[in-house]
Design a protein around this ligand. Structure first.
Ligand SMILES: [Zn+2]
Length: 118
């Protein structure tokens, strides 16, 4: 199964923008560069700004194995944050703490906004 990651990226950007008050998105991630520059950005800054890419999806054993299901695997797609260092121009990267599959339900779990699909 091939997922369209380009449109998935667009979805995450727009879901993040709609969830700007989501507490989860206010967590910080710190980027450090070898040149000494460091910057704290919120998840919101990265996700709503589109400063991320997807890594190679891999399958892991599902943590939700039930009695009737053995060996069930789920796909996990890592999210890599990236931004250019404003001082030296090198790429700064960090791995987002959640996978794409974990992030989407969080962004979609907000109270329904009547204008969301309007
Ligand atoms: Zn730098």
């Amino acid at each position: 199964m091939e997922m369209n990651l380009m449109s998935m990226k667009d979805s995450i950007i727009s879901l993040s923008q709609k969830n700007r008050n989501n507490k989860f998105l206010k967590n910080n991630i710190e980027l450090r560069c070898k040149c000494g520059f460091s910057e704290k950005l919120t998840y919101y800054d990265f996700l709503a700004g589109g400063e991320f890419n997807f890594g190679q999806p891999s399958s892991i054993l599902s943590p939700f194995i039930s009695e009737s299901v053995y060996d069930e695997t789920i796909i996990v797609t890592p999210i890599n944050l990236s931004k250019k260092c404003p001082v030296c121009g090198k790429d700064l990267t960090a791995v987002f703490p959640l996978s794409l599959e974990e992030l989407i339900p969080i962004l979609q779990s907000q109270p329904p906004d009547p204008q969301m699909y309007g």
